[in-house]
Design a protein around this ligand. Structure first.
Ligand code: PMP
Length: 426
């Protein structure tokens, strides 16, 4: 770890906390973040040359595994023609056609550069379209770091939101109403009180930022019905679930159509890309066809589009998803078995190639409170034991894990051998 330690010490002198996104600093688990030198397939290597099986997968984008040949070649080819033009290109047209063909509810698409931009823009559009101010979000869901989304519930379920970060004005936070994931009653209550001023509900259809929590039966359908009743826009933040929990995202997996969808991660094949889109009638309200302003100097960047298109084209293969899902299930079944063998209470959740393990006696974790009540000390010990064994899990218990096409049976078996040793150490 010598090189990672030295780099971390050096980084902290000129980068806040030594990292460009806070979770990378290992604050939740302690110890030195590994500085990564290269990645290939299911593996990453740190600056000291140690190899790890990677279950972060760049926080989701790498559903095909790291350093995918076709994506890399597409990027190199595109770069030969220039890096950015600030003018429309054919690649953007292909991308929009591809996305609207693959994601059932997306009739039209606007490209942006991150998931944060996608959700921020979708919310502005929902507000502009409905001419309403308030938005509803769920406790434990993360939608990037725009002001109106860095908000937590005030005291009592019906009070207006309060900022969850300094720098977010209380006046902005007031317009965000935070309710409980997988609890339709809590949604109905805020709509009964504020329904005529609620522009939208935004949700992760599978929560992936409070570990991994799939929707309970009827939850997403219920949100659709409430939005229809009150004339509010239903936004699925599929930044994490898009092209991951099925080819057409969670909306296809659970067969519920949102009005607007936000995408990120997989759509860029590892490059900084996001997108939002949905029903033609709504999305045409953005500039230049409509009055709701939205723009981006590097949006639809040709090199980024080439990477994303190369990823999406491979994901259209018939046999792509079933094997990833089967290996994810095998990983979780194995984890549960190893934990049981060593007498460690463990609960697991799965949605396609997203997974979560919870150190808890609760059989089936369905909400934020249950997720944060898990045994954090056990997670930390398990985390470092796995790292020692060459398995790189997310360095925080509230993050989902990700499988890729390259995590085959042998990788799963090696991970379970590591888990056997790690559970034994708890
Ligand atoms: N939405 C969801 C569901 C996410 O998981 C994330 C990032 N983890 C975002 C939005 C924000 O995306 P970005 O980090 O690209 O801004």
């Amino acid at each position: 770890m010598q090189k990672s330690e030295a780099l971390f010490a050096r980084a902290q002198k000129t980068i806040p906390g030594g990292v460009n996104s806070p979770v990378r600093a290992f604050k939740a688990v302690g110890g030195t973040p590994r500085f990564i030198e290269k990645a290939d397939g299911p593996y990453i290597w740190d600056a000291d040359g140690k190899q790890y099986i990677d279950y972060i997968q760049s926080w989701g984008p790498m559903v095909l595994g790291h350093n995918n040949d076709a994506i890399r070649e597409a990027v190199i080819k595109a770069a030969h023609s220039g890096l950015s033009f600030g003018a429309p290109t054919e690649a953007e047209v292909y991308m929009a056609e591809k996305v609207s063909a693959m994601v059932p509810s997306m009739e039209m698409v606007r490209m942006v550069n991150s998931g944060t931009e996608a959700t921020m823009s979708a919310i502005r559009l929902a507000r502009g379209y409905t001419n309403r101010n308030k938005i509803v979000k769920f406790e434990g869901c993360y939608h990037g770091h725009a002001d109106s989304l860095l908000v937590k519930a005030g005291s009592g379920a019906l009070t207006l939101g309060v900022p969850s970060s300094p720098g977010v004005p209380a006046d902005v936070a007031h317009h965000t109403l935070t309710v409980e994931f997988n609890n339709l009653d809590s949604v109905r209550e805020v709509f009964e009180q504020h329904g005529d001023d609620i522009a939208c509900i935004i949700t992760e259809p599978v929560a992936g930022n409070m570990n991994c929590i799939p929707p309970v039966e009827g939850f997403l359908q219920g949100l659709r019905a409430i939005c229809d009743e009150y004339g509010s826009v239903l936004i699925f933040d599929e930044v994490m679930t898009g092209f991951r929990v099925s080819r057409g995202g969670a909306q296809e997996r659970y067969n519920v159509m949102p009005d607007l969808t936000c995408l990120g991660k997989v759509i860029g094949g590892g490059m900084p890309v996001g997108a939002f889109g949905g029903r033609r009638e709504i999305i045409t309200h953005i500039s230049p066809t409509g009055p709701v302003y939205q723009a981006g100097t590097l949006s639809g960047n040709p090199v980024a589009m080439a990477a994303g298109l190369a990823a999406l084209e491979q994901l259209q293969a018939e046999d792509m998803y079933p094997s990833i899902f089967a290996n994810t299930q095998a990983l979780l079944d194995g984890m549960a078995e190893k934990a049981k063998k060593h007498g460690v209470p463990l609960s697991t959740n799965i949605a396609g190639s997203m997974f979560g393990i919870f150190f808890t006696e609760v059989e089936h974790v369905t909400n934020y409170q249950q997720a944060i009540n898990c045994n954090g000390e056990q997670f930390k010990k398990f985390y470092h034991a796995m790292l020692d064994e060459g398995v790189y899990l997310a360095p925080a218990s509230y993050e989902a894990g990700f499988m890729s096409k390259m995590h085959d049976e042998s990788i799963v078996a090696r991970t379970l051998e590591a888990a056997d040793k790690a559970f034994a150490r708890l």
